[in-house]
Structure formats: structure tokens, C-alpha cells
Design a protein around this ligand. Structure first.
Ligand code: FDA
Length: 321
């Protein structure tokens, strides 16, 4: 039986991801004033100044931060350079505020925003841009993690990470438990000094490469978590799922991992009370904090994941209109 046909969540997710490609709807949503208010729950503002303020306020509550300048699939070399510039300025501004030391506030990068998909020399351009950002991060005593995008870029991204790690061994990678390959990638990356952010995966991927059933994705997440927690690296447990968070805690206890040898990570605006609760227990908790004008695709992915997020948006539009 084709479960997609009867699974309302999957249907909604598909619908939303389809809607996200509708340009006129996009421009209506982007220009609606209320969008700004709703978006601010999930996005830290349009520019570096606001991002630094939000990072500073999160840090004052005992949470760590990773900042992501939104944008992906850059098709223009100048945009890739501009994105790099934004990151360099951001790291400078964070360092001036004393927010980078010891990796308190780090940055997350999408290689496609740095030029990976450019027809001419895209991979090299993205790598060169990432190098400059890593150099600035090293000077500011903080770290960089490479986001993971569509499965067709997994090998490229992991190979860029390998290259960058030769100079900066702390460059982290994201692995997605919905991909069949990820258990093996976890084994390959579970060595000392390796930082792996384990998430479930946010893109619609074909059955040939990814589990389609949520329970299979969850089981894979647990298997991957076991590998990372038993390994020598630094696991970054990126999920809002209470079951996964509990299992991570049990595995850490069982492996007698010190509280500073792994961290939990959640997205800005999602389960903030749980973020704070975990941080108050002495666990390391990092808030993935996106910002920038290109918030639309990011927000649609969050809505597709959870109808309650969509209801929040629709309610806000209805009550403002
Ligand atoms: P899932 O969506 O399976 O939900 C499980 C349970 O968690 C729910 O039943 C509910 O109890 C709780 N929950 C989830 N969302 C909630 C909400 N809004 N409010 C209250 N409870 C909620 N993806 C990707 O493909 N590439 C990447 O690079 C990244 N990077 C990344 C970094 C970080 C720090 C995070 C947290 C996530 C990502 N992601 C990502 C996104 C990730 O792949 C995934 O799509 C989302 O995190 C949603 O999956 P969850 O594990 O949170 O649980």
C-alpha cells in the first residue's frame, strides 16, 4: 500500500513543499507585514546586528549558539562572495562582543550558499570560501559546522569537510538519519576530535536512498546515536524529539560521557522551555539560529515538519488581517 496516499502528515508536507515553489504565493507571504512578526519566532532577524543580539541574549541564559546566514543554491558567483563576506563580518562582530571564545557562538554553513552549485568551479569556489570562514573562526577561537543538504551533495560535503579538517580538525559535519548510508558515515566519523551533528533530515528524498517511514528514520537515528556516543568524537544531538533526547541521555550515562563531551541542539523557537530545562541540568545545549532575508524556504520546511507551526502562522495572519 502506498502510505503517502493516506498519511495526512505526508500529504501536508508534500503540499507545503509544493506550495513553497509557487512564486506569487511566495511574494505575498514575504511582503505581508505579519510575516515579519511570525518569522521572528524562528528567525533571528535580517542582518548581522540582530543575529549578534539574539546570540548574546541566548548566551546569557546559559545556552550555546550556532548562527546560520540563510540562503541556499546560490547561482551567482557574486552572491557566494557576498555570503562569505557576511560570515566574516559576523564572526568579527561576535568576537568584538566576546561571544566566540571557546566556541560559545559558532557558525553553520551551507556549501550551496557559498557557491557549490555554480556551474563553473562551484566545488572549488565553495571550498575556498569555506576556508576563509574557517580561518576567521579559528582566529576568533570558535568552530564551523557544515550543514547537510540534498542527498546528491552528501559526498561532496563530506569530502569538503575532510579537506577543511586538515587545517581545522574541529570542522563539523551534519549527518541525516533518514539516509541509508548514515550508519556507515557515523562509523567513519566517530573518531577523536570529530564533531558530528546528527539530525533526522529535512528534505524530500527518494526511496532509493532514504527511509520514507518516520519510525524507520527514528530507529536509524537511535542506531546512529549509539555509534556516535560509543565513539571517540563529539556528538551533537540535533533533535526536538523527547524520545531521542531521553535515549541520548541514557547512552551518555551508560558510556560515562562527561557533560561537556557531547551536546544537544535545537532550532530557534522550537521547544525553548526544553532547551532551557536541559541547559539548567548542566547539559550543553546549542540553539541553531538562522537569520537573513532568505527565510522563506527555511520557514516552509519547518511548517512542513509540523502542522502546529503552520497553524501558528495562519492564526497570526487571520488575527492581524
Ligand atoms: P520530529 O520532527 O520527528 O518530531 C519528533 C517529536 O519532536 C514530535 O513528535 C514532538 O514531540 C517534538 N517536536 C518536533 N518539533 C516540535 C515543535 N515545533 N514543537 C514542539 N515539539 C516538537 N536537516 C537537514 O536536512 N540538514 C541539516 O543540516 C539540518 N540541520 C539541523 C540542525 C539542528 C540543530 C536541528 C535541530 C535540526 C536540523 N535539521 C537539519 C532539521 C532536522 O533534520 C529535522 O527536520 C528537524 O529537526 C525535525 O526533526 P526532529 O528530530 O526535531 O523530530
Amino acid at each position: 500500500m502506498d502510505l503517502d496516499v493516506i498519511d495526512p502528515a505526508s500529504w501536508l508536507r508534500r503540499g507545503l513543499l509544493g506550495v513553497s515553489r509557487n512564486d506569487s504565493l511566495r511574494s505575498v507571504i514575504e511582503s505581508a507585514p505579519v510575516s515579519r512578526d511570525v518569522v521572528s519566532r524562528f528567525v533571528a532577524g535580517a542582518g548581522n546586528d540582530q543575529a549578534v543580539e539574539v546570540a548574546s541574549s541566548l548566551h546569557s541564559t546559559g545556552r550555546l549558539v550556532t548562527l546560520d546566514y540563510l540562503g541556499e543554491d546560490t547561482a551567482d558567483p557574486q552572491m557566494a562572495q557576498d555570503t562569505k563576506r557576511v560570515y566574516l563580518d559576523l564572526i568579527g562582530a561576535l568576537a568584538d562582543r566576546g561571544l566566540t571564545s571557546g566556541g560559545k557562538v559558532e557558525v553553520s554553513l551551507k556549501l550551496s550558499a557559498l557557491g557549490q552549485a555554480l556551474e563553473q568551479d562551484g566545488e572549488q569556489i565553495a571550498l575556498d570560501n569555506a576556508r576563509e570562514i574557517c580561518r576567521a573562526a579559528a582566529n576568533a577561537d570558535t568552530t564551523v559546522t557544515l550543514d547537510m543538504e540534498d542527498y546528491s551533495t552528501t559526498d561532496l560535503t563530506l569530502s569538503a569537510q575532510r579537506e577543511l579538517r586538515q587545517d581545522w580538525p574541529w570542522v563539523g559535519a551534519v549527518l541525516q538519519s533518514y539516509l541509508y548510508r548514515t550508519e556507515q558515515d557515523c562509523r567513519d566519523l566517530a573518531y577523536e576530535g570529530s564533531r558530528v551533528r546528527l539530525c533526522k533530515g529535512a528534505y524530500k528524498q527518494p526511496e532509493s536512498v532514504a527511509y520514507q517511514d518516520k519510525s524507520e528514520v527514528d530507529k536509524s537515528y537511535v542506531r546512529c546515536l549509539k555509534i556516535l556516543m560509543q565513539g571517540q568524537g563529539y556528538p551533537m544531538v540535533a533533535t526536538h524529539d523527547p524520545r531521542m533526547i531521553e535515549i541520548a541521555g541514557v547512552l551518555a550515562d551508560r558510556g560515562q560521557r562527561a557533560a561537556d563531551s557531547f551536546e544537544y541542539q535545537m532550532l530557534l523557537g522550537i521547544r525553548p522551555d526544553e532547551q532551557q530545562r536541559l541547559a539548567d541540568t548542566g547539559a550543553r545545549v546549542r540553539v541553531y539560529t538562522p537569520y537573513g532575508e532568505e527565510w522563506y524556504g527555511y520557514l516552509v520546511r519547518r511548517m512542513a515538519e509540523r502542522p502546529a507551526n503552520l497553524a501558528f502562522f495562519v492564526r497570526a495572519v487571520a488575527t492581524t488581517g
